[in-house]
Write a protein that binds this ligand. Sequence first.
Ligand code: BTN
Length: 328
Amino acid sequence: MKDVILRKLKDSKGEFVSGEELSSGLGVSRTAVWKCINELKKEGYVIDSSSKKGYKLSYVPDIINPWEIKEGLDTETIGKSVHCFSEVDSTNNYAKTLAQKGCDDGTVVLAERQTQGRGRLGRSWDSTDKKGIWMSIVLRPAVGLEDVQIITLAASVAVASALKKAMDVNAGIKWPNDIVLDGKKVCGILTEMSMEMERVNYLVLGIGMNFSQQESEFPKEIRDRATSLGIYLKEKHGLDISGFRRSHLVKTILSELEEVYDTIKEGKVGVIIEEWKKYSVTLGKEVLINYKEEQYIGTAQDIDQNGRLIVRLSDGTVREVLSGEVSV
Ligand code: BTN
């Protein structure tokens, strides 16, 4: 019912809607309408009430709820089912539980904060309340293990391209899928999967985007390497992040993700690789690779059709790196 009231208030574009119209349209009492209005107000919507004229929506907060995410979302698969929480341990964990219960391809899980956000390589991921986009997407691609890396790279292409479309921000991709702004990490992607008989049963793409944190809100140990869209826009363009909405960026990411996902389903892996290269800040650079116990320095030359990084070491030998961490 809340979503219908919200829809009606939004459709009336800043004009009053009478309590009578809302209650008769929904077939409920005016008290029930009033209760819903109060709940919306508690969530941060600013609604003017007048005993004569009814209700008028005057401000929509940047909150993450299924209505704000689904409104105007132009996708067919990704985001058809959206689950939003004020708090979860990790959206990836929740998404995995849904996937194990058989949820649809493209199911999305979002939270305002995570108490145990996880990063790559066993690290934790700082997920401050309402300051970022903490989101996981369940995918069920009909592929084998060898294609998972491409999907991960494709996700980073989708995020970089969404940042350009939604906010005119030029982001780079550090191999394999860190999104960086002037060398600092603004977004990370954690891909987890379940395999069955050599085929992917499901993938969970976990996307963590720092949106409006101030520098002091990051843990000390990552301050020199991490940034948020807010910090970047202020420093680079003198813009205030309050003029942007997380929900709009979420929708754009989902839409871009659907596009790259369709490209992969059509077997056009080369298109993804070329797109990834356009955003790459790794290729052509000297890199230090940390992989398990090993560490080596070389020049990042290319990525192959499986998304492996081709690194030429100083002795001329060439390594194909599938995972690990790259420092430029
Ligand atoms: C990285 O280390 O670069 C990956 C970070 C991924 C963080 C996101 S936030 C949403 C999802 N839930 C998690 O627990 N992790 C991912």
